[in-house]
Design a protein around this ligand. Structure first.
Ligand code: DQA
Length: 185
């Protein structure tokens, strides 16, 4: 899975902590990597202040990743190009925000990217990213597990498969243990 952090998020923990909290970007990435381990998936976390670089990474996702968690930060409200790149990735994307943008300035209420994402998680600080990663994993993993074991990537093997409950006795088996009813005449 690819996790993209947009502009100014390199200053997380220092920048407007009353809005974005005290967790640093390194804290967010460490929490994502720990969760990815628990889920048995791989995650690559990248940050850029440059729109073009984020777009290049979304193009890379076409070939190299199964899904994307993205906090487009300020580009959320301005970038048609980033929106187009999300569509071009042809991968499911989840948009995340640390803050609840709807409680903030009106210009933040519009997201150009949300409509091309599977869903959005916002307002939970670092947890927004973790919920986003869980959402994209749960969307992708059932399909992975449904594939024959030989076709599964190594990462999916780490997901425990629930044991199959013992089969209930079939009607015929049960019937054979019961005394035969007398035939009606
Ligand atoms: C943000 C919200 C954006 O409006 C803002 O420009 C950001 C961060 C968030 O995570 O809450 O840089 O995406």
């Amino acid at each position: 899975m690819l996790v993209l952090h947009g502009p100014n998020l390199n200053l997380l923990g220092l920048r407007e902590p009353e809005i974005y909290g005290r967790d640093t970007l390194a804290d967010v990435d460490a929490a994502l990597e720990q969760l990815a381990d628990e889920l048995g998936i791989e995650v690559a976390c990248r940050q850029s202040n440059h729109e073009g670089e984020l777009i290049d990474w979304l193009h890379e996702a076409r070939e190299r990743f199964d899904g994307v968690v993205i906090n487009p930060a300020g580009f959320t409200h301005t970038s048609v190009a980033l929106r187009d790149a999300i569509v071009a990735s042809e991968k499911p994307c989840i948009e995340v925000h640390l803050s609840n943008v709807h409680k903030r300035e009106v210009f933040r209420h519009t997201s150009l990217t949300a409509a091309v994402c599977v869903g959005t998680v916002m307002g939970f600080g670092l947890q927004s990213y973790l919920l986003g990663l869980r959402a994209i994993a749960s969307r992708l993993l059932p399909a992975t597990l449904a594939a024959p074991a030989t076709a599964r990537p190594a990462t999916a093997a780490a997901i425990p498969v629930l044991p199959t409950p013992p089969a209930r006795a079939s009607r015929r088996t049960r019937g054979s243990r019961q005394p035969k009813r007398p035939r009606r005449t």
